[in-house]
Design a protein. Structure first.
Length: 189
């Protein structure tokens, strides 16, 4: 399988499809807590669901399709199921991350109106979408992503309801972020 980006095909040997198995009862993965160095042990890849990430320490670059996006501690990352991506820390550095994957539509089925466009994720990609979410530029989004990840990690009483509520709230914030980033990118320079 080869992935295509605007700059050409990413060789099959350098990328992979990484499907995530999610429970139909609660389609949110376990949290992956890991430390990454400047040489990624994970090749460029793409998932079949939404990926939420929070950086606890370090800095580096996220490559998402044709975008090179710097990140630092305190940033969140949102990658949908359409973009090949890989992350690497700054030279000589290490980063500490928590990742999880989810299917928002399945998670919220029966809880929200299925036609609520504020909760769709198809627009969370592309040239103008800022996959790396900086709290200073997009207030409120990174703390929500961190709260979702930590609620899943710690699983306090009622965590499934808490995660659903946070995903709804985050979906609304991200839809605003998406509209804002598209509006900003379409302004004349």
């Amino acid at each position: 399988m080869r992935f295509q980006s605007k700059s050409g095909a990413i060789p099959e040997s350098e990328s992979k499809f990484a499907p995530i198995r999610l429970s139909s009862d609660f389609p949110v993965s376990e949290v992956d807590v890991n430390i990454r160095g400047e040489v990624s042990d994970v090749p460029p890849h793409i998932h079949d669901c939404l990926e939420l990430e929070f950086c606890y320490s370090g800095e580096g670059l996220f490559l998402v399709e044709d975008k090179i996006l710097p990140f630092r501690a305190g940033n969140a990352v949102l990658i949908n199921n359409r973009e090949v991506h890989v992350m690497m820390s700054s030279p000589g550095g290490k980063t500490r991350w928590m990742f999880l994957n989810l299917d928002p539509a399945a998670l919220l089925a029966g809880y929200v109106n299925e036609r609520d466009e504020r909760l769709e994720t198809a627009s969370f990609c592309g040239e103008s979408f800022p996959n790396v979410i900086d709290e200073a530029r997009f207030p409120g989004v990174a703390p929500l992503i961190r709260a979702i990840v930590e609620a899943r990690l710690n699983e306090p009483a009622g965590f499934a309801s808490e995660i659903r509520a946070l995903v709804i709230r985050n979906g609304i914030r991200e839809s605003v972020l998406c509209r804002r980033s598209v509006a900003t990118s379409s302004r004349p320079r």
